[in-house]
Write a protein that binds this ligand. Sequence first.
Ligand code: FMN
Ligand code: SF4
Length: 594
Amino acid sequence: MTSADPVAAAVERRRGDPTYLLQILREAQEALGWIAPETVEAVASRLRIPITRVQSALQFYSFLYDAPRGRYRLLFSDNITDRMLGSLALVEHMLSRLKLKRGEVSPDGLVSVDLTSCTGMCDQGPAMLVNNRAVTRLTARRVDEICDLVRARAPLGEWPADYFRVDDNIRRADALLGGSFEPGKALRAAIERGRQGMLDEMKRSNLRGRGGAGFATGVKWETCRNAPGADHYIVCNADEGEPGTFKDRTLLQTYAGRVFEGMAIAGFVAGAERGFLYLRGEYQFLHAPLEAKLEQMRRARLLGAGICGAPGFDFDVEIHLGAGAYVCGEESALIESLEGKPGRPRIRPPYPVTSGYLGKPTIVDNVETLCEATEVALRGGQAFAGQGTKRSTGTKVLSVSGDCERPGLYEYPFGVRISQVLKDCGARDVAAVQVSGPSGVCLTPDEFDRHIAFEDVPTAGAVMIFGAHRDLFEVARNFAHFFAHESCGFCTPCRVGTALVRDVMDKIAAGRGTRYEINELMRLHELLRRTSHCGLGQTAVNAVRDTWQKFRPAYEKRLQWRDFSPTVDLEAALATARRISGRDDADAHLGAEP
Ligand SMILES: Cc1cc2nc3c(=O)[nH]c(=O)nc-3n(C[C@H](O)[C@H](O)[C@H](O)COP(=O)(O)O)c2cc1C
Ligand code: SF4
């Protein structure tokens, strides 16, 4: 093995195990800049897998490149909240300074500039990734400085550290964010309760998953524990790809000990010895600190063999990095990705609890859920259930962004009203709140007395605020582009449907939409909701439907009042023919509508 052969080095580091294919490709790319056909062949031959398997992984993940990119890869976060902070003007500014087009590599191979889906910095945007490292709080001045640094070929290590500063922005803390946490205490409490005792506390707490679906965590753990087979696994879902969500980022940055202890407690209850933390590629800046935390915990005997001196309690965690695919947050897609494959959702049942990683019983839990498990271990199920509402116990961490004075994290007992959140974050003259990201629900002022709770407005955490001056059609159009980009292509309704929705929204934006397009959008909404294979497709048209129902003038002002208008602008398409034939008389034009 030599450092001159990064493929050999990466494969050897992973002991030639093809389940590490994604990690190996990432590491090879880090050294080589992109994945050339000969790299594909080398990886396939060293892992003894078909070339097509490597190619399909390469084509699936947007942070893996099968063609050269600039030595500086600049990717602007394209969430609607970044746009509201002026990101698109900054992109144009950078492109003109660097004399580049979007997506193009400069002739000297130095730099490329493009857009990427939300990078999870909505509270401190506009944001970008530079060679996978997050840069926050962009301004025109900062963009100028970055252009100068790129032209001077300055290594990232020499860039001002402040560019890479990621603040926690905790604005309201409750039991989880505000409580004191002594390392090892939760684990010892769980061990004292015993495997069954800890499980009983989990069920008593009625803790429900914080990743979106709200499944009862105790029931999930019990089903996994009872599933036959020797190896069981714990997976922490740190993919956090839903635009507008960034609470897991802070939990991983400042509460990592809690996250890993939560995983170890799950391992203790379910009888698992191995855990994985699947970290979204956009959060690569957290990778090294998380590895350091794991080392520290191993030294303190909070991970590894004989945790806290408890005989037979062995558990350790590995970190896997994602590579820019929102769908990998879906638990079965995440498991596929962990196995080194393209992250396409599996057909379920069987569910991961009985057949997950490598076909073995696997618990997949959200970062916040695992943190809450430490609370249950420390305080007991009943005390935990004392906060929140009957069907939504405990607290919820909300990621608040958009038109407000104080974006950031707000932790409340479940049941808090939307109006309270808006008051606390300094939001005024609000037209709409998008709860739970593009796949969630768009609420208008007459609904602001509703509650954040599974029985009313459920959420994985995103609260995006839109002031009265915002154009809700453009919000929905941004979301439509997001889903079309992120559809994994596995099932036809979502693959074709999300692209159609995007194109129809673009047509309406261009002023060529009619009632026909609106009917098409509503038909597609129903079709995708009923027939898509996973939650991505099922919810992809929610925001379009909500905004059409609640912000109709934003659409109507763009519509032509006729039955149908073709997608192609026929009048413009005839311009070439007119030029060639030298004709510009009335008959050379389509003419006004009768
Ligand atoms: C398209 C899609 C993306 C998802 N993204 C995430 C995610 O980033 N983080 C997460 O915890 N759950 C995500 N989920 C939900 C997971 O499938 C799963 O329900 C969750 O990880 C279970 O953990 P919990 O019980 O702790 O909520 C996503 C689901 C779908 C359909
Ligand atoms: S609904 Fe979309 S994202 Fe989900 S499996 Fe089908 S194509 Fe993939």
